[in-house]
Design a protein. Structure first.
Length: 355
């Protein structure tokens, strides 16, 4: 079958190369990072992580991998309990399990009775929880929709009332399609939302799924995530890496459509530009090479993604233990309270240097 060949965008290719984002090489070998069942396309050399600070010594060995005050949870994981019991009961449960932060995915989630965002903020803080971020839709056809494109001021008003430092979207940059120019247009939108958020003292962020790591429909040698990173202003648009979906992307998109290898290591994106990644989703997967995604989602701690290694590498970047936030998540847990307890226990149990 013949293939239609598209001329590459020389300006974009230059900027991708200049920023070091095109063809990010595999860093921490997947076999080491994820376990023995890792995708062979991703196996390569160790990533160049920043060295430990000079003050680090043997007395630091065994300190918690998770920085203090940084255990969060994406409330989408607990939407069934919010609908059944309300936010107060859910926040009380999270407080019992030592959570520090919450990330919203809607401000009602079926909760019984009305609640304002100001009341929601006070309720979270009453239980020792800091609202850290929120997922809002990117765009919709309904002009009244609660999205960045349709109601930017209202979205930012609510984020301010909640006292959020971050406000973002879990929508992909596919509003205009999956070509290079389409993602460039989405990047322009994100830059505009980022400027509006920064004017109010907040950071706008985008949360990935697997498809961001696919290749442009018109220029299949270019990964769309690289276009997004190159075309967005680092001072205006930040990223929340969903680590699980990034490794699914590694499994699905380490080969270009023409069959040539294009391995990449998700952790390398962070280590190259750690300031762009204030937030992370800690979601776990059990390796399954028979599945399209290469993983089956499981509770944090029950899977093969090595979060001890991943978080430790991020910690070793400049201000790494201060500037990043880790939100546990499971899209469809068997029991969401059990998931929250297990995730918290596992992440708190991780220690550096094998201890």
């Amino acid at each position: 079958m013949s293939r239609t060949r598209h001329s590459p965008d020389p300006e974009l290719s230059h900027r991708l190369t200049r920023r070091g984002m095109l063809g990010v090489a595999a860093g921490a070998g997947a076999a080491a990072l994820l376990g023995a069942g890792a995708a062979p396309a991703a196996a390569a050399s160790e990533p160049a992580a920043a060295p430990e600070p000079a003050s680090a010594s043997t007395k630091d060995r065994g300190r918690p991998v998770l920085p203090p005050g940084r255990l969060g949870i994406q409330l989408y994981s607990l939407r069934d309990k919010v609908a059944e019991l309300g936010f107060a009961a859910v926040f009380a449960e999270l407080e019992r399990h030592g959570y520090d932060e919450v990330e919203f995915a809607g401000y009602t989630q079926g909760a019984a009775g009305p609640i304002t965002v100001t009341q929601l903020s006070r309720l979270a803080r009453h239980h020792g929880l800091r609202p850290i971020g929120s997922h809002v839709g990117y765009y919709a056809s309904d002009p009244r929709a609660y999205t960045f494109a349709q109601n930017l001021d209202r979205v930012l008003d609510d984020a301010e009332a909640l006292g959020l430092d971050h406000i973002g979207t879990a929508s992909g940059p596919f509003r205009y399609g999956a070509t290079v120019d389409a993602v460039k247009r989405a990047a322009e939108d994100f830059n505009a939302y980022g400027a509006a958020a920064r004017a109010r003292g907040m950071k706008f962020y985008q949360h990935n799924h697997a498809e961001e790591f696919s290749f442009a429909a018109d220029q299949p040698q270019i990964r769309l995530y690289d276009v997004l990173l190159t075309e967005t202003d680092p001072g205006l648009v930040h990223l929340e890496m969903d680590v699980y979906w990034a490794y699914v992307g590694q499994h699905r998109f380490s080969w270009r459509p023409d069959g040539t290898p294009a391995p990449f290591e998700p952790l390398d994106y962070v280590l190259r530009s750690p300031d762009r990644y204030p937030l992370f989703h800690v979601k776990d997967g059990e390796r399954d090479d028979t599945a399209r995604d290469g993983y089956r989602m499981v509770d944090v701690g029950d899977g093969d993604i090595d979060y001890k290694r991943f978080i430790s590498a991020v910690n070793r970047t400049r201000r790494g233990r201060r500037d990043h936030h880790w939100q546990a998540e499971h899209d469809n847990p068997v029991d969401s309270f059990t998931f929250a307890r297990k995730a918290g226990e596992h992440l708190h149990s991780l220690r550096e240097n094998g201890c």
